[in-house]
Design a protein around this ligand. Structure first.
Ligand SMILES: [Zn+2]
Length: 137
């Protein structure tokens, strides 16, 4: 029987051409979001073409500022190196209404998180992957 390797503290994404700029932009300190050249809208999660108009997508650095749209506090410990509680939020970026991404909220007491709270991106490096997380702005 093969042994099961230990779980990583984070489940890291598979990088492909349509998602790599999102997961590696943090190396340059940039949150990069797919943007449609035709209808000028941001698209997240990244995909091959604009779901609205079929236009070509290009990654553009955004401000990294947004607000907590909604969130949940996880108390269940999934991994010994991942301390609980932690906060998983949908963060709405300032660039476009409805442009939301799922991310952890860090550097604050989970009980202090509120909907509408202004937050700013930072990055957690795991090898080549820079996971966007958000802290109170
Ligand atoms: Zn479009």
């Amino acid at each position: 029987m093969p042994t099961t390797p230990p779980l990583a503290p984070r489940i890291l994404p598979e990088l492909d051409d349509s998602s790599r700029p999102y997961w590696t932009g943090g190396a340059a300190g940039e949150l990069r979001i797919a943007h449609c050249g035709s209808c000028r809208r941001f698209v997240h999660p990244p995909c091959d073409e604009c779901p609205d108009c079929g236009g070509a997508l290009e990654f553009v650095a955004v401000s990294g500022e947004g607000s907590v749209f909604t969130y949940t506090i996880a108390y269940q410990q999934f991994h010994p190196e991942m301390p609980t509680p932690f906060v998983i939020a949908l963060v709405e970026l300032d660039e476009q209404p409805g442009l939301r991404l799922a991310a952890n909220i860090v550097d604050c007491d989970p009980s202090a998180v509120t909907c509408g709270m202004p937050v700013r991106v930072r990055f957690e490096q795991h090898g080549a992957v820079f996971v966007p997380v958000f802290a109170p702005a």
